[in-house]
Each structure stands twice: as structure tokens, then as C-alpha cells.
Design a protein around this ligand. Sequence first.
Ligand SMILES: O=C(O)c1ccccc1NCC(=O)[C@H](O)[C@H](O)COP(=O)(O)O
Length: 380
Amino acid sequence: MEGLVSFQPFPSSVIQRRLSTVYLHRLTRSSSCAPLRAQQSGITGGSESVSSALEGKASEQEVVIYQDEVVASQGIRIRRRPLTGPPLHYVGPFEFRLQNEGNTPRNILEEIVWHKDKEVAQMKEKRPLYTLKKALETVPPPRDFIGALRSAHQRTGLPGLIAEVKKASPSRGILREDFDPVAIAQAYEKGGAACLSVLTDEKYFKGSFENLQAIREAGVKCPLLCKEFIIEAWQIYYGRSKGADAILLIASVLPDLDIKYMIKICKILGMATLVEVHDEREMDRVLAIEGVELIGINNRNLETFEVDIGITKRLLEGERGELIRQKDILVVGESGLFTPEDIAFVQEAGVKAVLVGESLVKQSDPGQGISALFGRDVSG
Ligand SMILES: O=C(O)c1ccccc1NCC(=O)[C@H](O)[C@H](O)COP(=O)(O)O
């Protein structure tokens, strides 16, 4: 977004110092420092090699330059929220703040991530990690998310279904007014869903962690994906404490190092990770990460909302598809799936699972919506 005025009120040395302050904050917070932060806060599974590369051996500014270079080299467009807010500008005795490219989210995904940054900071204050770790001692063990998808695929010959409990979305607004998450989850399970995806973001999707917990406590047996915008490992522990069996990691938000590190944490906790991609570059990054077992191809561009199920086909063509088969990675086609023809199209492209929200949740009986989506009953 353009600023109100275009003059530069500070000499570059002042701007440099201001940037350093921002970067100093980011050192203890920003995404690609997750392993370092985690070591400091007692989260297990940190990447020792990177931590030692970062710890003490380089100046803070060098580390920041390193982080920014890493993020840029991976083509990650989603930036983390600047901590200082809009910079102050002075004209004579007046001071005012400008809206500009650097301090205003450029798209909805960036806005969600920036909001998440603040939200997670507040949540962590209320539930520090050690209390979550304690809570995990009494939570029932995680269920096998990937196993459930594979066996549904084998049983039906159709992609295993992850049915999404989704009340609203930024692109479509409210999808269902009479939203009873437990009733919807039970209907999905009865209708033949292998797994469920539960949106936990409150502000943009009208979901909640209470929904996740209520579904788990209602006795639903399908493994549950915590559909959240994960930016910190703390959220994984929180999701597990509410009954999640799997979590989502979005490649356009997280640098490779964070993805690796978070996969490691999930493995320690016995959870699955669905790593989501939307283009070739993200797919190639994720395919190079060891330990990835489940990849989601989102047909929706989360920056523009454009949906094209052809993306799934495109990303599974040629050498990429070959590598995926060699590695026995299970691929999930996500978003924009409404008809048996859509399901056949993504299955033909190579997916063995699908993630579906809108077309099911809008049905008066979401369970019967599953039969309509697949063109036959898959509940048996
Ligand atoms: O759905 C959105 O509008 C959206 C906007 C910004 C970030 C994420 C968003 N959706 C998450 C998803 O990808 C979908 O909930 C999921 O794949 C199901 O999609 P659909 O079947 O099209 O409801």
C-alpha cells in the first residue's frame, strides 16, 4: 500500500539503526529462528546444527541477514509481522505514522499470519509450554492419520476423505449458519470420512480449539487434523493437548528449516504432518525435506483465492510424480472439489486422498454429501 507522503524523514544511518532494532526483536521471534527459540524455551527436537551456527558465532545482524537470505532464496513471499508497527515520522513539532508496504499485510494470508503472531504470543503467556507438556501426559495417544487415509483408499478404491469442519472462510464468508461442529463431525464419520480437518482459527474461519476438543471428546474415532496457521512449535503442543492427531504446515509461510524442525517435533509427539504446497517451487522444496510422508496440494491460491484443480495435475506430472511414487509419499488434493468428476480428475492425477470443506459442509446432511461427492456410498 502507498504511504501518505513520500519523503524520507531520516538519514540512512538512522534508518539502519531502526532496522537493526526490528531485527534484534526478530532474532528471538521470527520464523526461521524457531529451532533456536525452541532450545531457549525447552522444546525438544531442535536442529542442533543450525542452532550452533546461529548461537554466538555470528553477530545478530549477520544472523538476520542470513535469515532473510534463506527466506528469499526459498521464494517465500509471506513476511512476518514487523514488531515495531508503522515507523514514526516527524514534521516539525508533529509526529505521525505512515501506512506502507513494509508495515501493512500485502494479502490475506500475510494478514492471517501477522494476526497469528500476536495471538500466539498472548496464548503462550496463558499456557506456557511446561503446562502443555504436563497436560499431554493425560491426553489419549494420537491416532494414525496417514494409516486411516491409506486404508480408506484401499477399501474403496477412491481417495481417502479428509472432511473439513468449516464454518466460514475469508473467500466465501459464512458457509453454514446452523453450525454444530460435533454433529457435523459425526455425520462425516457416518458418511465414510477417513479423517477430519477441524479449523481452529477464530478470527478468519470462525473455528476454535474448543471445537477440536469437543469433537474428540464426543467419541469421534476419525483421526483429527488441526487446521491452523502454524508459525511456532508451541502451537503443535497446544493442538495435541486438544486432541489433534495431525497438523498442517504451509510451505508458503514456513522456511525449510522450520518445516524440518516441526516434523521432528510431530514425530516425537506421534503426530502426522500435512505439508501444503501450491506451486512447483514449494513442491520441490518439500520433496527435498527428509521425513515428509504426506503432502497436500492446495488448489486454492491463499494470496488471491483463485481456485484451479488443474494445479494438482500440474504438480504431479513428470519427475515430481515419479519421485513422489518412489518415496511412497501420500498426496492429498485440497480445495475446490465439488463433484464426482472433480474427484476422478485429481485421482487420475495421482492423489490418494482429498481434503474437502465447502461442498460438504453446505449440505443439509453433510454425511450424505459425501456419497454425492464420490458418486456412491463409501461408508461401508
Ligand atoms: O478457504 C479460504 O478462503 C482460505 C483463505 C485463506 C487461507 C486458507 C483458506 N482455506 C483453507 C483451505 O485450504 C480450505 O479450507 C480447504 O482446502 C478446503 O477447501 P474447500 O473444499 O474449497 O472448502
